[in-house]
Ligand binder design. Structure first.
Ligand SMILES: NC(=O)c1ccc[n+]([C@@H]2O[C@H](COP(=O)([O-])OP(=O)(O)OC[C@H]3O[C@@H](n4cnc5c(N)ncnc54)[C@H](O)[C@@H]3O)[C@@H](O)[C@H]2O)c1
Ligand SMILES: [Zn+2]
Length: 528
């Protein structure tokens, strides 16, 4: 698949939902085609997504002549709150955004829910476009116009229906997604397959564990098919008065698992996988499907890893909003007769629900670790002012190799060492500081050449100290043998090493020092 266009039809409105094996520059070109040339764009993203894609997106939009600014949200579900939306609205007001200007959501479901919600209430509704960057965003959250934020007492309680002009899914951005976030999104693909049955369910069975292990190209057809399932359900019931409730398959206990652990233990998808298994078990116990069919349907879900958690069956039922009195008849359970044959039942006997809660509580006590290869170290290389002029800038001092050569060299060493790399250059102190801060959401270590800021920037030093990631300072020249004002580095005291005077090769040296420093520490735990 290189490009696949689906359409969500809602009465007179049609919303294109396009998947392409492309990066964000492709999405920028589509945005340009969809809006008038005078449109101003407010790019909304989160700190982590921004590390990779804010600058390429803003640059691509600007090159196409669109006036783009950006608003970067903090990372995480706990930030999906009204005050953040208010700050975004403030930004739109300050920038005097008009009725026909555009909000562009670049990120996962948290970003699209918040950006779409701000777009729904600013001037009673301005256009927005979703550029989803997670698997979950592409197959689920960005489709259907449900936008909103969490309330401290309940998830997704405050919101509005506001369809985007389009959903543009640049599949290549999935390359930077964490394995655990990929796994989380794959739960919605499996849910869609159980709802739809047929070819999609066969695809899921054929893919087996490949679906969970971050193999994008093999999975793209299943992703598109899952998005199609969501589109079909939304077309039948945009406002969630009927069939859209089918999308809750696996989510009754899924949400309860998340709530019972204060949203701190499971990703949404991990909880949904367990919730789907619970729904299949309840279906079998009610005689809706045979034990053998239930085992077959549950089998692909049993290899999914999930963390251990300790809570009682009662706590789980309470988190689902149940106690002994309300258990009977209060919940519509989305259940299965077979993959593709869904039923909604409100007569599930309370003892059966209690039994299932007890099974979940016992199952998650141990957790389940599927065999996984350890992930690669993540190193960010940050270059400060004037390094963009490498090659032409005082070549007698800094050499003739240009910035591209520097990039190539560092990428080659990183590849040889088996590390993931992010490179960033800016002449602006604030941008360097913002990048250092954002790196706490991704990097294991930092290599930094602060250029002239080495000798002046207390703020860059403070940012490095604040994020607390091991850092190595690097300089092309030996700064201790040059002008007296270059002798002192404000940055060195917060670094584990300083490499100077080796030219471009010094970056490779710095990378090796940093990696050996990181390897000598305790094994890295996956950051959420
Ligand atoms: N509106 C709907 O219909 C709908 C449907 C389902 C879920 N949701 C909502 O979606 C949210 C969950 O969405 P999510 O799982 O996408 O979470 P998310 O937006 O928090 O993204 C997960 C993590 O991945 C990072 N990330 C995103 N794209 C990345 C990329 N390409 N490379 C590297 N890192 C990247 C993010 O910074 C974040 O840390 C929940 O708030 C849920 O309520 C909404
Ligand atoms: Zn879900």
């Amino acid at each position: 698949m290189s490009n696949c266009e689906l359409t969500l039809r809602l009465g007179e409105r049609t919303i294109p939902i396009i998947f392409a094996e492309e990066g964000v520059e492709w999405a920028a070109r589509h945005v340009h085609e969809l809006v008038p040339a005078s449109t101003r764009v407010m790019l909304v993203s989160d700190e982590r997504v921004a590390l990779f894609y804010e600058r390429p997106m803003v640059d691509a939009l600007s090159e196409l002549g669109l006036d783009a600014s950006s608003f970067i949200l903090p990372v995480g579900e706990e930030e999906k709150r009204l005050p953040r939306v208010v700050s975004l609205l403030d930004e739109l007001v300050v920038h005097k955004f008009a009725r026909d200007d555009l909000v562009l959501a670049l990120g996962g479901g948290v970003v699209s829910d918040m950006a779409g919600f701000a777009a729904s209430i600013y001037r009673r509704g301005v256009p927005w476009i979703a550029v989803p960057t997670t698997l979950l965003g592409m197959v689920d959250a960005s489709i259907g116009g449900k936008t909103g934020v969490d309330h401290p007492l309940a998830k997704n309680l405050i919101g509005a229906f506001h369809e985007p002009l389009a959903v543009l899914a640049p599949l290549n951005v999935l390359g930077t997604l964490d394995a655990r976030e990929w796994l989380s999104g794959s739960a919605e693909v499996v849910k869609a397959a159980l709802l739809a049955g047929g070819e999609l369910w066969k695809m899921v069975l054929r893919l087996g564990v490949d679906l969970y292990h971050w193999q994008p190209p093999q999975v793209w057809d299943a992703m598109v098919a899952a998005a199609r399932v969501k589109i079909e359900v939304v077309e039948r019931d945009e406002r969630e008065t009927g069939p859209r409730r089918l999308l809750n398959l696996g989510h009754t206990f899924g949400h309860a698992l998340e709530a019972a652990t204060d949203y701190q233990v499971f990703t949404h998808g991990e909880a949904v996988f367990l919730g789907l298994r619970a729904a299949i078990r309840i279906s079998a116990a009610l005689g809706l499907m045979s034990e053998a069919d239930a085992r077959e349907a549950e089998a692909p879900l049993t290899s999914v890893s999930f963390p251990a958690a300790e809570f009682s069956a009662e706590a789980l039922l309470a988190a689902a909003g149940h106690d002994k009195k309300t258990l009977a008849g209060s919940t519509h359970w989305v259940l299965l007769e077979a993959p593709g044959r869904v039923v909604i039942r409100s007569d599930v006997p309370p003892p059966l629900i209690e039994e299932c809660a007890a099974w979940l509580s016992a199952t998650v006590r141990e957790g389940h670790a599927a065999a996984a290869s350890p992930r690669r170290m993540r190193i960010a290389v940050i270059n400060g002012p004037n390094l963009n002029l490498l090659g032409t800038r005082e070549p007698g001092i800094y050499g003739r190799a240009d910035y591209e050569r520097l990039e190539e060299h560092v990428h080659r060493v990183a590849e040889d060492e088996g590390a993931d790399l992010l490179m960033f250059q800016s002449n602006v102190e604030g941008e360097l500081i913002a990048t250092v801060q954002r790196l706490r959401h991704w990097a294991d270590g930092i290599i930094i050449n602060p250029g002239g800021y080495t000798h002046t920037s207390v703020a860059i030093r403070d940012a490095l100290a604040a994020v607390g990631l091991p850092a190595v300072e690097v300089h092309l020249t030996d700064i201790s043998r040059r002008e007296a004002f270059r002798a002192e580095s404000l940055i060195a005291p917060v670094c584990v090493a300083v490499v100077k005077g080796e030219g471009i090769a010094g970056y490779g040296t710095a990378l090796k020092i940093l990696l050996s420093h990181l390897k000598s520490k305790a094994p890295h735990v996956e950051r959420r």
